[in-house]
Design a protein around this ligand. Structure first.
Ligand SMILES: O=C(O)Cc1cc(O)ccc1O
Ligand SMILES: [Fe+2]
Length: 440
């Protein structure tokens, strides 16, 4: 199982660049030249367009790929609605909006034989999947390879592994994603998740809105943050499998099943700019203050899903990566604040500079939700230490944390509100912050 997947992962090749017009063929001559849809596509393949944006969206935002496949996607029997397991979708109505700061321990280990889809557990979200607005936060914990194939018509999936590597077999080819890397599966792209280790756990941002793009750099200049060349797309790879393949389609919040007579991962060649991709967060070029004050975390944005209002993201994916802190006369950890945006945070490695990491603290696999206007910031211990620390240049290299920051409050699911792994005493981290005020 995982041994074969590891060998496959180690041999993978990639195409590099974000949003490029890539092309790839697993069999020479499979890609038509000079046109997308010849009268008869090469090698007896079917030509098919996959759209990620409306046909008419501006060229700079337009995303689509042409796939050349053994069977057209249209050749499938009716989907039949099945159980939704622990997967939930916006609009989220099970709970009222909660002004409290919430935190969860990692998702507990599942029963043996749990694949990525069975191990997917929705924490909450916002917006409305059918309006293509908002996002959902999911966690996963799996210990078995998927045999079935999954696609999500409701949104793209940004997968953030925290433990255990993943081998993603997608329609456009194979990707491997280890903890510290992230993988993106575009809306509707069929894929299967195999495990590179005995089990795998992590976080998923399901983005119902506009596809993630790189943020503008403004005065930063032409380079920096996540550099486009570090994004890796797969090369074409196909399965020529006849016989029953179970395909699960998440559509309008429900899981629909169909048994295909062939594998839908049968794309022999493709070209275009709508692709899955993987990105190593350690490649993030961290930019920060070299004088004083703690910059706002928008400077750590890896990917952004813009909304109709400039500067106001449906969701941003932000990383707190290893970096130097040199600010003079500065409280260096994240400041106390109330944010109009809503913040879900997770931890992939080590510790986060605003929170203690130990048992019952913010450890890898944990998640916190600081919704719109909820007051948060450093916990008491962090505040006390950082207020007294000698301000020498300090290398922060023992942590990799991230944030899904969204314009709307995140409503939790019932299962998240009632979860046994929720930390009931989270408020206590801000207790005992002493009064230091003196009048002159
Ligand atoms: O709350 C958090 O820890 C996230 C965060 C980090 C930071 O550096 C500044 C603001 C902010 O919301
Ligand atoms: Fe915050």
């Amino acid at each position: 199982m995982s041994g074969d997947a590891r060998k496959t992962a180690a041999a993978l090749e990639y195409l590099t660049g974000f949003g490029n017009e890539h092309s790839s063929e697993a069999v020479p001559g499979a890609l038509p030249l000079g046109r997308n849809s010849p009268q008869r596509a090469p090698l007896g393949l079917y030509a098919e367009q996959l759209s990620g944006t409306a046909f008419t969206e501006p060229r700079a935002r337009n995303r689509r790929s042409w796939l050349y496949r053994i069977s057209p996607s249209a050749a499938h029997p009716a989907f039949v609605r099945g159980q939704n397991a622990a997967v939930r979708t916006a609009p989220f109505t099970e709970q009222v909006p909660d002004p409290n700061r919430l935190r969860w321990d990692p998702l507990p280990a599942p029963a043996p034989g749990t694949d990525f889809l069975a191990g997917l557990w929705t924490l909450g979200g916002n917006g409305d999947a059918l309006q293509r607005t908002g996002m959902a936060v999911h966690l996963y914990h799996a210990n078995a390879a998927m045999e079935r194939v999954f696609s999500d018509a409701d949104g793209e999936l940004l997968i953030v592994p925290e433990r255990g590597g993943l081998l993603l077999r997608t329609e456009l080819g194979l990707l491997a994603a280890e903890p510290g890397q992230v993988a993106l599966i575009p809306r509707g792209v069929r894929f299967r998740v195999e495990l590179l280790d005995d089990s795998a756990r992590g976080y998923v941002c399901e983005n119902y809105g506009a596809p993630f793009q790189l943020p503008d750099l403004g005065p930063i200049g032409a380079n920096g943050l996540a550099n486009a060349r570090d994004f890796q797309a797969p090369v074409a790879a196909y399965e020529d499998v006849e016989g029953p393949v179970e395909v699960v389609n998440k559509y309008g919040g429900n899981l629909w099943h169909a048994t295909y007579a062939h594998s839908p991962l049968d794309v022999v060649a493709w070209h275009g700019n709508l692709t899955p991709y993987v990105y190593d967060l350690h490649r993030f070029n961290v930019i920060g203050s070299i004088s004083y004050d703690h910059p706002d975390p928008s400077i750590f944005t890896v990917l952004t899903s813009p909304s109709d209002t400039p500067g106001l993201a449906g969701v941003d994916f932000v990383v707190f990566a290893p970096r130097w802190l040199v600010g003079e006369d500065t409280f260096r950890p994240p400041y106390f604040h109330r944010n109009v945006m809503s913040e879900y945070m997770g931890l992939v490695e080590g510790a986060y500079d605003a929170k203690q990491a130990g048992e019952g603290g913010f450890a890898p696999g944990c998640g916190s939700l600081h919704n719109m206007m909820s007051a948060h910031g450093p916990d008491r211990e962090t505040f006390e230490k950082a207020s007294a620390a000698e301000l020498r240049p300090q290398r922060m290299d023992d942590g990799l944390a991230f944030m899904f920051e969204t314009r709307w409050p995140v409503l939790t699911t019932g299962q998240a509100a009632q979860a046994g792994h929720r930390q009931p005493g989270y408020d206590a981290v801000w207790q005992g912050l002493e009064r230091h005020f003196t009048q002159g």
